[in-house]
Ligand binder design. Structure first.
Ligand SMILES: C[S@@+](CC[C@H](N)C(=O)[O-])C[C@H]1O[C@@H](n2cnc3c(N)ncnc32)[C@H](O)[C@@H]1O
Length: 292
């Protein structure tokens, strides 16, 4: 399709409006709304619960008393927890901040421009906002062949194994603040439909990654975005999908910079096991990506 400057400008306007709507920053920024005492009280309750679990795990020997775990606990306050829970309670359809959404756009535009073959996938979608953006990008940029794969349990985060990832066990307590990211398949489909983007180019993979990803009927990927927080979930997604990623395609790991989550260790171990030397680039403090 030949693109005029006016067409490009309309595409950019559409994508900007969509990103602002999906992240609920179009009308009011989250920071402008003061936290209430009951929000902070709820977060405090969760924090106390978390400290108690840490102490129990310490005496039972199930949670190693690492410095990493201790600094995680010291590092967050009821106010921090309440502000985090906020992002879920409002109407945003994605937890991604603007620069993370821009990174998705950049990666998708790059594979389209360089004609890197393959579909797009997000593993860990919550309300589906990032996948909605992926589908919108294909539409706006005139790609009617590639699919967007939407992979999630649609029943929230799995219970982490404390022996495998004690950090994730603690984070799990914290993430209960936001309902453990539980959203039904129907709920996510409804969100796609609200943007008129639920069509044959969107495919859903409902279930736990260990069951769905190895068997998924995906031939090739050009962008794989991992946003499943935990060590085991991230390992499962990388092990099942990396071999399907085309050379020149991108792996985006949302939680690489979020130290209380196991995703970073999963990525570091995978890259070292497969001798991957392509540099990891930080899109912002949380998101890192590399080109295969
Ligand atoms: C942080 S949320 C994803 C946020 C989303 N990408 C966005 O744009 O806001 C993490 C998601 O990962 C999913 N998840 C984590 N581990 C999983 C697993 N092993 N199998 C299936 N889904 C998983 C959860 O259900 C949850 O929806």
């Amino acid at each position: 399709m030949k693109r005029t400057r006016a067409h490009e400008s309309l595409v950019n306007d559409y994508l900007r409006l969509l990103k602002n709507t999906l992240s609920n920053t179009h009308y009011r920024s989250l920071e402008e709304i003061p936290l209430t005492a009951s929000e902070i009280g709820l977060a405090e309750e969760v924090l106390n619960n978390l400290r108690a679990r840490f102490a129990e795990g310490a005496s039972a020997g199930t949670i190693p008393q690492s410095e990493e775990v201790r600094s995680f606990l010291d590092g967050f306050t009821p106010e921090f927890g309440a502000a985090y829970a906020r992002s879920n309670q409002l109407q945003s359809l994605t937890l991604l901040e603007a620069s993370s959404l821009d990174n998705v756009e950049w990666c998708v535009r790059s594979v389209l421009e360089r004609e890197i073959p393959g579909d797009l996938i997000e593993c860990g979608v919550w309300r589906g906002g990032t996948c909605i953006l992926m589908r919108a990008l294909l539409k706006a940029l005139g790609d009617s062949r590639r699919k967007v794969w939407v992979a999630d349990s649609f029943q929230g985060l799995p219970e982490p194994d404390p022996d495998v990832s004690p950090l994730d066990t603690l984070s799990h307590e914290f993430l209960k603040l936001v309902g453990g990211f539980r959203v039904s398949l129907e709920g996510v489909q409804k969100n796609f439909a609200a943007f008129e983007l639920l069509d044959r180019q969107v495919r859903f993979l409902p279930g736990w990654f260990c069951d769905t990803l190895p068997e998924a009927p995906i031939e090739r990927l050009a962008v794989m975005r991992l946003d499943a927080d935990y060590y085991e979930s991230t390992v499962q997604a990388l092990e099942a999908l990396y071999s399907k990623l085309s050379p020149g395609g991108y792996v985006i790991v949302d939680d690489y910079g979020i130290l209380p989550l196991g995703a970073r260790r999963a990525v570091d171990e995978f890259r070292s096991r497969h001798a991957i030397e392509s540099p990891l680039v930080f899109a912002n403090r949380a998101v890192a990506y590399w080109e295969k």
